[in-house]
Design a protein around this ligand. Sequence first.
Ligand SMILES: *[C@@H]1O[C@H](CO)[C@@H](O)[C@H](O)[C@H]1NC(C)=O
Ligand SMILES: *[C@@H]1O[C@H](CO)[C@@H](O)[C@H](O)[C@H]1NC(C)=O
Length: 260
Amino acid sequence: MIWILIILSSVSVSVALWPAFPSHIAGGIPLTGRGNFKQVTGQQRNTFSYPKGPIIPERSQVNRLCNCKNEVQAVDARIRSEHSLVERLQIKVDDLSNIVYNLRSVVQDYNLQDRRNVEERLSQQFGQSIIVSFSARVRANKSFLGPTAAIVFDEIIVNNGEAYDPYSGVFTAPVDGVYHFASTVLSGFNSTIETMLMVNGEEVGRMFSGAFLSRGSGTNNVLLNLKEDDEVSVNVFYGNGDYVHGLWSTFSGYLINPLY
Ligand SMILES: *[C@@H]1O[C@H](CO)[C@@H](O)[C@H](O)[C@H]1NC(C)=O
Ligand SMILES: *[C@@H]1O[C@H](CO)[C@@H](O)[C@H](O)[C@H]1NC(C)=O
């Protein structure tokens, strides 16, 4: 009985060591016979001491080794089937990443089309150029201005896009966008004038110009997000002054970028 237990134990360990078996041992054994292979437990492994010298398997061990081959083949088959599952999953992942890639290019095309539409509108309005920028100054001294009169900077320096009207002093935004405006107003001698940057009649920036026994200039800058057709101008600040000095007073603006 004890002898059988020892044999079983050694077989179990041999099975556990199967992949490490020298090939001449495994190769020399006729691998036939069937039986139920039982899992090697830790207890069995612990009670067995590996024999010194070459391992010469006995008949029952040979049967065990044959069963072990079946087990190895079964494990091998499982590994192969799992490997093919991994391969199929990899193909699915590749397919999905292709879909994402295609969707991204669709979105890019869409954005590009949107941008082209705006650029087309701009180029229809301004020929080949989408530049919107102007600079103008007051040609002659102006006096007797109304209480909130627009100051007419009537001498054009540049007017790319013709969005600034030198007869009314009003800039009209041709497209939605971010714009920059700047103005400098020089007062009359020993007098003051207050002015303001206005969008559609609403004040967005103030300037004070004046000096004692001299002339003084006020200046301001503003960035604006404008909608198409918004109007920007420089106006007298509610009657606080009625004179603007010619050639020294300017109004400039330009489109930084359209807003889609
Ligand atoms: C504006 O008036 C001043 C005198 O007050 C004169 O010296 C100057 O030449 C005038 N400027 C223009 C552009 O007419
Ligand atoms: C300058 O203005 C002050 C008041 O603003 C006035 O009292 C003075 O007479 C003025 N001087 C000249 C030379 O116009």
